[in-house]
Write a protein that binds this ligand. Structure first.
Ligand code: NAD
Length: 466
């Protein structure tokens, strides 16, 4: 930093108690990012030169450390991003499992042996890219950094992590935990905003981003321009299709939780509910949905049993309230919510709307809060068309019994994930994860496929000396 010039600060406050300052640290400057990248590159060479058991043992030690501090981690997640305590504990447990899984993946085969065309051997081997630049959102402040960093490390890379400002404290905490288990400078957490993010991406040999579609597109273009591999996981405007033979109460309860849990702040949250059937069926389902949503009042996320906490900040709450106003302005109905319950935090009542055109921005674009739109479709074909009529393609759920109808829906939708009689939310980290269209760019995340993303494959021909 130039003397006399003070670095900008990155701040994070608790959404349930906005006067609770959780973190305030200087933004890492682009110059500091390139210094960090240089140190990471040195650490990476030694890490890859070490034997596989060294990497497996170190990642296993990180898993053990997180398991031992799970309560502390979950409490910090609740405080910093307002995630309900049960979900925060689940996210930390998932983080432990991800570290355990990729610790073992350090032993995975590096390639294949193929029949040679000359005497000798023909084989492939995965080799790390070098420094992985990871840019992450605030909504899964433990799981998302880990589901990127753990496979990157298992494949032999170093990691520079630029967390979202709203999750700065959790990221720094996680960075310290990883640093204690891993060699010096192998993982560095670099807090800041867009400028720091751009510098991290510019310094990296492989780039993984999760966040909004607008930023993800810029990240993909910048990485492609530099010729480095990139994956970007972005938003969703996910539909739940309710077939005419689905039990209304069961489907409504599952969908309400998927739409409103953690105040709808998941890329996989249900945003649209497409009800198949005539007006009576639509009324029946709507009534069940209103009851199920009303059973999820916003509350203190630290309290047991609360499923809906605050949204992340003032602007996020404004987006939900503005969307509600826009629905009314377009002649639609606010079936539930659209109000603020009072108190200090950024709380907003889970909001269910209907009666808007499928092309209305509230139906088309992610509000990223506790808001879902009820839509009607005459049959399953029309439901698929409606579900697919957005620019995103992350996940669809289908609820019902008739196998033909279920299969028509499953085959008809083009989203990267399809769930039958299961909520749109919830991710199995050992299976490939990602979407289509504006939801994702590049290779899938998670599972063993992630090892391929964080490495390049070379082909070796080995012949005896003639
Ligand atoms: P965001 O796009 O605002 O920010 C994401 C990250 O990018 C942050 O770290 C931010 O500081 C950084 N950033 C911002 N501008 C940048 C730039 N120009 N260059 C480099 N980095 C930059 O997203 P958010 O508000 O933190 O997260 C919410 C979004 O994330 C939602 O759209 C949600 O759907 C999406 N999300 C997607 C997934 C998924 O796996 N598909 C998972 C969780 C969240």
């Amino acid at each position: 930093m130039t003397s006399g010039v003070r670095a900008a600060l990155v701040r994070s406050t608790s959404p349930q108690r906005p006067d609770d300052l959780v973190a305030e640290v200087p933004e890492v400057t682009p110059h500091e990012v390139s210094e960090a990248a240089r140190r990471s590159r040195d650490a990476q060479r030694a890490w890859w030169a070490a034997a596989a058991p060294v990497r497996a043992t170190a990642l296993g030690a990180a898993a053990a450390a997180l398991r031992a501090s799970a309560d502390e981690a979950a409490a910090l997640v609740v405080r910093e991003v307002g995630k309900p305590a049960g979900e925060a504990a689940g996210e930390v447990a998932r983080g432990v499992a991800i570290l355990d899984y990729y610790a073992q993946a350090a032993y995975a085969p590096l390639g294949a042996t193929l029949p040679p065309s000359v005497p000798g051997l023909l084989f492939t081997e995965r080799r790390p890219h070098g420094v992985a630049g990871l840019v992450t959102p605030w909504n899964f402040p433990v799981a998302i950094p880990l589901w990127k960093a753990a496979p990157a490390l298992a494949a032999g890379n170093a990691v520079l992590l630029k967390p979202a400002p709203d999750a700065t404290a959790t990221a720094l905490w996680l960075g310290e935990l990883l640093a204690a288990a891993l060699p010096d400078d192998l993982v560095q957490v670099l807090p800041g905003g867009a400028e720091t993010g751009r510098a991290v991406l510019d310094a990296a040999e492989v780039v993984s981003f999760t966040g909004s579609a607008a930023v993800g597109r810029q990240v993909a273009v910048a990485a492609a321009g530099r010729g480095v591999p990139v994956q970007a996981e972005m938003g969703g405007q996910n539909a739940a299709i309710v077939l005419s033979d689905a039990d209304p109460e069961v489907a409504a309860a599952q969908i309400a939780a998927a739409a409103m849990g953690f105040a709808g702040q998941k890329c996989t949250a249900t945003r649209r509910i497409v009800v198949v059937g005539g007006p009576r069926r639509v009324d029946e389902l709507t009534e069940a949905l209103v009851l199920a949503v009303a059973a999820l009042p916003p509350g203190d996320p630290a309290q047991a049993g609360v499923q809906v906490g605050p949204v992340i900040g003032e602007a996020a709450r404004r987006r939900v309230l503005d969307a509600t106003t826009a629905v009314r302005g377009a002649g639609g109905h606010v079936l539930h919510g659209g109000t603020t319950p009072g108190g200090d935090g950024w709380f907003v009542t889970p909001t269910l709307v209907s009666g808007i055109d499928p092309g209305h921005p509230v139906a088309q674009e992610e509000t990223f809060g506790p808001l879902a739109v009820v839509q009607a479709a005459a049959d399953v074909t029309a439901a698929v068309r409606l579900a697919e009529g957005v620019r995103y393609g992350l996940v669809t759920s289908v609820h019902g019994r008739d196998l033909d109808q279920l299969l028509t829906a499953v085959r008809g939708v083009q989203t990267g994930l399809v769930k039958v009689n299961a909520p749109t939310t919830g991710v199995d980290f050992w299976a490939p994860f990602g979407g289509e269209r504006d939801s994702s760019y590049g290779q899938r995340e998670q599972g063993l496929a992630a090892l391929d993303f964080y490495a390049s494959t070379r082909t070796v021909t080995l012949s005896p000396h003639p």
